[in-house]
Ligand binder design. Structure first.
Ligand SMILES: Nc1ncnc2c1ncn2[C@@H]1O[C@H](COP(=O)(O)OP(=O)(O)OP(=O)(O)O)[C@@H](O)[C@H]1O
Length: 344
């Protein structure tokens, strides 16, 4: 993609230089009357090239405002209407992304670390962010997703992965400063590999001439999920409202759990000591009522008339934990799509 864009730009420039030089030479060589014709033609060609380039940029994604611009109200509405049961994450994400995107001179890239139980919406929210920054959403050439087990499966190849990953990030940020990098299954990523991306997350003005300050890095993991669940369960047992849970009730506990857990990929990485993660964002385990909402949303997404009864049936089919209380969905809102097929 970078090559195509660069080639397009180069072609335009070469064409322009050749044409202008030719016009000037002709103008010098022949009568003054033809000079004005040549100048006129050169001006017309310049206009044509500019229009041609704009038309190209209109149809082909490029690193310009037409394709990359933050829609704050869009993100706010999406978080409110589409993301269920995640009041803490919604609030922090909106604040973090808005603050960063509105800042003309950020001192570092935005680094978000999303934690929580499976199926609670971490990937989903990343998609909502992408859709409200990039016109093409997740399909944008400036959004890059890595899944540890798929992209970096062999611990013995870590040195090779490091080089490839660093080159990939550098190349893509050189091509477009406003790039989004998503690292899924961060807890399964080799600590050495996590450390290798550290320089890009830091406060440097530039590294070898490339500035990473406009980019966004999002880490997703289940690390901390058990602690988050414990805290939410305590709230539930005490008869407190889930909506009264605040970031401060979870943040410290989660970051300690994530970085002190030897099983977590974050263990002993320098991200924490250097304070390079801007926000730790907890995702709460989902309850029956949220699963029901997910089923209704899935029906709407499929163009089916929402059926409350079918939604209750699908939600009831899911498994809930802990064993005695059965409050939280074991798989969150994952797998409801398959279950819904039996009811429609
Ligand atoms: N809180 C939520 N609100 C609305 N829909 C949700 C929510 N959580 C999950 N979903 C739905 O379930 C699907 C799967 O969720 P998602 O992939 O975001 O989970 P995850 O937290 O990333 O899980 P994992 O840790 O296993 O990767 C989403 O595409 C979305 O349709």
């Amino acid at each position: 993609k970078a090559t195509r864009e660069t080639t397009m730009k180069l072609q335009g420039r070469v064409f322009f230089v050749v044409w202008t030089s030719w016009s000037v030479m002709m103008a010098a060589a022949i009568e003054p009357i033809t000079t004005s014709i040549a100048v006129g033609m050169a001006a017309a060609l310049t206009g044509f090239l500019a229009t041609y380039q704009n038309v190209l940029y209109y149809f082909h994604e490029c690193c310009r405002e037409e394709w990359i611009s933050f829609n704050r109200s869009g993100l706010e509405a999406d978080l409110e209407k589409k993301l269920f049961g995640q009041h803490v994450a919604s609030k922090v994400i909106l604040k973090a992304v808005t603050g960063f995107m509105n800042n003309k001179n950020p001192k570092k890239p935005l680094v978000l670390s999303l934690h929580g139980w499976t199926g609670t919406g971490k990937n989903f929210v990343t998609q909502l962010i992408a859709e409200n920054v990039y016109k093409k959403g997740m399909a944008s050439g400036y959004v890059h997703q890595f899944v540890s087990t798929a992209h970096f499966p062999h611990p013995s190849h870590v040195d090779q992965y490091k080089v490839q990953l660093q080159q990939w990030i550098r190349g893509n940020v050189t091509n477009c400063a406003r790039s989004l990098f998503i690292f899924d299954e961060m807890d399964k990523m080799h600590p050495g590999l996590i450390d290798s991306i550290k320089p890009f997350l830091d406060y440097y003005e530039n590294l070898d001439g490339v500035s990473y300050r406009q980019s966004i890095f999002i880490f997703l993991s289940n690390a901390g999920g058990e602690n988050i669940t414990r805290i939410v369960l305590d709230f539930w047992k005490d008869g407190k409202e889930r909506e009264d849970i605040q970031l401060k009730d979870l943040e410290t506990q989660v970051s300690l759990d994530v970085f002190n857990n030897k099983k977590s990929g974050f263990w002993h990485t320098s991200l924490i000591d250097k304070n390079l993660v801007d926000f730790f964002i907890p995702f709460l385990p989902l309850e029956y009522k949220h699963v029901r909402m997910c089923v209704l949303a899935e029906m709407r997404a499929r163009g089916i008339e929402p059926d409350e009864e079918a939604a209750s049936s699908v939600a009831s089919e899911m498994n809930y934990f802990p064993k005695d209380e059965k409050v939280f969905s074991v798989k969150g809102c994952k797998t409801i799509g398959g279950k819904l097929d039996f009811y429609i």
